[in-house]
Design a protein around this ligand. Sequence first.
Ligand code: UD1
Length: 336
Amino acid sequence: MKVLVTGGLGYIGSHTCCELLDQGYEVVILDDLSNSSIDVLDKLRKLTHKEISFYQGNMIDEELLEHIFQEEKIDAVIDFAAYKAVGESVSKPILYYTNNVSTVLVLLKVMTKYEVKKLVFSSSATVYGDPKTVPIKESDPVGNTTNPYGTSKLFVEQILKDLYRSDSSWDIAILRYFNPIGAHPSGMIGENPKGIPANLMPYIVKVASGELPCLSVFGNDYDTKDGTGVRDYIHVVDLAKGHIQALSKLEKEGQGLYIYNLGTGVGYSVLDLVSTFEKVNHVHVPYQIVERRPGDIAECFADATKAKEELGFEAALGIEDMCRDAYHFVLKNQEK
Ligand code: UD1
């Protein structure tokens, strides 16, 4: 089976390509390199010893997509190509809606034309807004997103539901990720955002490596076990495997639209993550408590039952693996 992976050189995309190739799928990558590096392509080739077709460009480019579908016999698409910086989405909503929603419409148009109707879509737990209860089930209400990034994911989910309603020969899996962290155990691919990171794990890593002086913990007065925010961190390699399980469900059973949470079902606080990181990596991570970050919620973790029952998906790696692999990647790539 040949899979087009859009955004395949990004953080989650690259780990998913690695799993796809390891499991015998053929992979075609489309990536505009706006938030990724071409080096990742070489690393994927080295890691997997497999051939990978690569096209540089943005999914908004209908001609390029047509060209890919003509050249390659694509059987299914996994769509990761999107912007994901929450803060930036607030200041640049048009950019985010164009790149995260309009592009998907182009993709769906071209997929329809070439009768490729199997799609795995990269969504986010952010579509649940501020959940009334945790753990969060897929059937819980969505909406009340707090930023254009989150709303763009919600919009695409709705577009996919409407599409399926209009034509039930589509096979669609919407995957709602919780908080992916960690890196491939080889240390060859991972996440190392440029500049000052907005998310917790990349920030911790930069403090541990001395690049930043101190972590700011955004509030310790939430109604949680230690007052800091609780999230469902999931190892990116587990998350990548979830995509292959979703794809194989679409291959086998066909003709459905499915929505799955991809999380571990366990919540860890900011301070849990800091102390585990310090313990497994034998480093000190200085932190200070500061004001809450606007838009943050107290607790967010998955009810992971549906993905387990229907996909056989279960996270195998724990919080210690996530902390070890995240740091290993950064140290290994600093040395070069
Ligand atoms: C955020 C986004 C989510 C996105 C995800 C990507 C929001 C509301 N949600 O999730 O849409 O998919 O990133 O991984 O923005 N924290 C600190 N100090 C820091 C950074 C974070 O204390 O320097 C805390 C936060 O307050 C939160 C936890 O760490 O309690 C996790 O934050 P983060 O990694 O940014 O993820 P989310 O906010 O859960």
